[in-house]
Design a protein around this ligand. Structure first.
Ligand code: PLP
Length: 833
């Protein structure tokens, strides 16, 4: 036998049993010093703060790494079932402060850094946000991963590692300008590249039957253009439980670094063209929220996620169980975050049939018992459709499989409702017509054993509206899972003083059992507790105000902080907010200021670069702010700030400092909302319509502690028939005055006519968002807000009661429900060190 070997497994195991790292300040300080001086090779001449941050991450990451491996071993050895969460977006924000909170390292790490004269919070702020998502959907995925790790559930996230995340927003003359988000430019110490698990993803080509060598035939997809998918793993720590789960993100790379033929022929740009084309796939996040464009690169991205992830999962299955798929459905579940990853349905069929030799029925049995779909929107412009022609040339084998799925599905429909061809056309996965389309939501529903909405009203509307036909066919598939947010990031971490007061008052169990917050309601009448609550909110408002010092907007923490931060979208009705602001300004101008409550109006959010109406709304808000803020009459009474570049880290400062949370979408349009939950947890009071999770927020906190206004979803639909905004305006003098200020160009003196599209939409009987219909009721509700705020003790009581009632909106509760009804996973404690 040869003496030459790379390794043998016996001695390799000696490499693995490392002693656990110390969690005390001394060990941390030693490690930090080692990373700074040896690994990074820096010394006292280092001028970049970045290395101070980097050494800190490496120190913390080592502590995660050992727990990460122990978690994997515990999962592996238990042979437990797994859930794979498929999402095109993960809006993670920063990781360092989350990791130090979850590892309970804050105190010791602060002390360790103090030895070197360094400040933990200051260094943590050097981290770039991981902005791999647009808004609520991507942030939900991040909150869910946090809860899964905290609940010790074997759940792995799959997504894409975009080179450029959500664009950075700047303003130029009040207009949004988009700048690329180069979040990886200083390297990303949180990711672990895993080239050994690289997968190959195919595009284009065509299909052929080929002899399988055993007397049968197998379908082959040939002449393809292949791209490599290289995984990068990000650790997801649970809260103080030694569990560290995994988020695996795929990066696209070319199969050959460059074309040697072209290179040798002296055609250098051509020689790297293929590399560039391949790497384009994961170059940039599409910055559209609840809006589909139908761009081919987007479809490439979606298939890239589906194919690489499934190949990875099947590889691991075969490693552990061989080619026996009889238990696959019992042991695996795929949760789809909206329809974006739905290519995984035909791709799983393809891999099982063409790759592993299963027949159609066995492959379909596995697919339809493992896929679960979460719907996130009822907006027609957000429902994904792909032209059959594009789909077929990019993914020919998948299109064949979709046609077969559809043929079998339509047979079932015909069996249930014989002769109803209109129904078949309505339900078909293929929308026929001049330009036939693949309806991804129909594909997702047909293939899934579970279809869920994200708030009670939303699920109701899915069942009785958008997916009514499917609900008649398969009522058992439909279920509700009201969204939630993680109380670690969105209370414990972002509002440390309030978290401290809560823990001091009711103990610390609330951090993992948020229903405990109910016990705070006992203290809502306790003057000492109320005073401390009020003063913490006041300090948080000062911290929030500090974000705009350079703007020179004159406001104080005594103002009512009235906050609307979210993507700019017509259905979210930033316009209604602006109408109220103009109304307040009008009142100031005409001296109607009895019992005036000064307000600080904070608005933030990005518009999709191609959504011109949303971008015009941004310009309007900035123009109104400019006029109002520069009018001396508004001093001490009304100030407006449009904070640029809204994101997770900014929200972590905003929600602790908000008094009033604006959740004012047209009823029936906001699936759930999660911003509303973050504000409630941090003691803001909601002014809102009966939409999405607002309804459940109001149920939990009670009508007296919620400012309700507006038409209900049902009333909105009924009112559409005879909606007459011009009549409404004519009948409301205050609204008339607001419209007059807008229409006479008061906010665009040197830019005549620019806001006409907005004014026309407000006055249009076809306005889908019915903004004008809710104006009066909104203004009246805002009057009640001011009245409540004037009684500061009453307001503080309402604030406490909101936090106390927010327990339902923990993502831990949401995930427990997913697990009880859909996933049915066992909790697997990690091996301790
Ligand atoms: C929570 C959150 C959202 C979602 O906000 P909604 O008000 O529910 O639309 C969007 N973006 C960021 C950065 C968030 O933290």
């Amino acid at each position: 036998m040869s003496k030459r070997y790379l390794y043998n497994t016996i001695s390799l195991s000696k490499l693995i049993g490392l002693p656990p790292l110390g969690m005390d300040r001394k060990s941390l300080a030693e490690d930090y010093k080692g990373y700074f001086g040896r690994f990074l090779g820096r010394d006292e001449s280092c001028v970049s703060k970045h290395y101070l941050y980097f050494a800190l991450v490496l120190t913390v990451r080592d502590r995660l790494m050992e727990r990460w491996k122990n978690t994997k071993r515990a999962y592996d050895e238990s042979r437990c079932p797994w859930v794979y969460y498929f999402s095109m977006e993960y809006l993670l924000g920063r990781s360092l402060s989350n990791a130090t909170l979850n590892l309970e390292l804050e105190d010791e790490l602060s002390a360790a850094l103090q030895e070197y004269g360094l400040n933990l919070e200051g260094l943590a702020e050097l981290e770039h946000d991981a902005g791999l998502g647009n808004g609520g959907l991507g942030r939900l995925a991040a909150c869910f991963l946090d809860s899964c790790a905290t609940l010790q559930l074997p759940v792995m996230g799959y997504g894409l590692r975009y080179e450029y995340g959500m664009f950075r927003q700047e303003f130029d003359n009040g207009y949004q300008v988009e700048e690329p988000d180069r979040w990886l430019r200083d390297g990303n110490p949180w990711e672990l590249e895993r080239p050994e698990y690289t997968q190959r993803v195919k595009y284009g080509g065509h299909t052929e039957y080929m002899d399988d060598g055993c007397g049968g035939w197998r379908m082959c997809w040939v002449d393809t253009h292949d791209v490599l998918a290289v995984p990068y793993d990000i650790p997801i720590p649970g809260y103080r439980n030694d569990t560290v789960n995994t988020l695996r993100l795929w990066k696209a790379e070319a199969t050959d670094v460059f074309d040697l033929g072209e290179f040798n022929a002296g055609r250098y740009p051509e020689s790297v063209a293929a590399k560039n084309a391949a790497e384009n796939i994961t170059m940039v996040l599409y910055p559209n929220d609840a809006m589909e464009l139908g761009k081919e690169t987007r479809l490439r991205q979606q298939y890239f996620l589906a194919s690489a992830s499934l190949q990875d999962i099947l590889r691991d299955w075969v490693r552990r169980r061989g080619e026996d798929f009889s238990q696959f459905a019992e042991k695996n579940c795929f949760q789809l975050n909206d329809t974006h990853p739905t290519c995984m349905v035909p791709e799983l069929m393809r891999l099982l049939m063409d790759g592993h030799g299963l027949g159609w029925d066995d492959a379909w049995e596995i697919t339809s018992r493992t896929v679960a779909y979460t719907n996130h929107t009822l907006l027609p412009e957000a429902l994904e459709k792909w032209p059959v022609s594009m789909f077929g040339s990019l993914l020919p084998r998948l299109l064949e499989i979709i046609y077969e799925i559809n043929a079998r599905f339509l047979t079932e429909v015909a069996r249930c409702w014989p002769g109803d061809t209109a129904l078949q056309a309505r339900m078909s996965i293929i929308e026929e017509g001049e330009n036939p389309q693949v309806r991804m939501a129909h594909l997702a529903i047909v293939a899934s054993f579970s279809v869920n909405g994200v708030a009670a009203l939303h699920t109701h509307l899915l069942k009785h509206g958008l997916f009514y036909d499917f609900y008649q066919l398969w009522p058992h598939k439909f279920n509700n899972k009201t969204n939630g947010v993680t109380p670690r990031r969105w209370l414990a971490k972002c509002n440390p003083d309030l978290a401290g007061l809560i823990t001091e008052t009711i103990g610390e169990e609330w951090i993992t059992d948020l229903s405990q917050l109910r016990r705070l309601s006992l203290y809502a009448e306790n003057p000492e507790f109320c005073a401390r609550w009020h003063s913490i909110k006041h300090e948080n408002k000062k911290r929030l105000l500090a974000l705009q010092v350079q703007q020179g907007i004159q406001a104080s923490a005594h103002f009512l902080f009235d906050v609307q931060v979210k993507r700019i979208h017509e259905y979210k009705r930033q316009l209604l907010n602006i109408l109220h602001i103009i109304h307040l300004y009008d009142r100031i101008k005409r001296g109607d200021m009895e019992n005036w409550v000064p307000r600080y109006m904070l608005i933030s959010g990005k518009a999709a670069p191609g959504y011109w109406m949303a971008k015009l709304i941004i310009k309007l808000i900035n123009n109104v702010a400019n006029v109002v803020n520069n009018d001396p009459k508004t001093d001490g009474a009304l100030k407006i700030f449009f904070m640029p570049n809204y994101g997770v880290s900014i929200m972590e400062i905003i929600c602790p400092g908000a008094d009033l949370s604006e959740q004012i979408s047209t009823a029936g349009k906001e699936a759930s909302g999660t911003g509303n939950m973050k504000f409630m947890m941090n003691g803001a009071i909601t002014i809102g319509t009966l939409d999405g999770a607002n309804i459940e927020i109001r149920e939990e906190v009670g009508d007296k502690n919620f400012f309700l206004f507006g038409l209900t979803a049902e009333e909105v639909e009924a009112a559409r028939q005879h909606y007459n905004p011009n009549g409404v305006i004519a009948g409301d003098e205050e609204l008339q005055r607001v419209m007059h200020l807008l229409e006479c160009g008061h906010f665009n003196q040197f830019e005549p006519g620019i806001f006409n599209p907005i004014l026309n939409s407000l006055r249009s009987p076809q306005d889908p968002w019915m903004t004008v219909a809710d104006f009066r009721s909104y203004i009246d509700s805002q009057r009640r807000v001011a009245e409540a705020y004037r009684d500061q003790e009453r307001w503080t009581r309402m604030s406490i009661l909101n936090t106390a009632a927010s327990g339902k909106f923990s993502a831990d509760r949401t995930i427990e429900e997913y697990n009880a009804d859909i996933w049915k996973l066992e909790k697997i404690p990690a091996y301790t060190l």
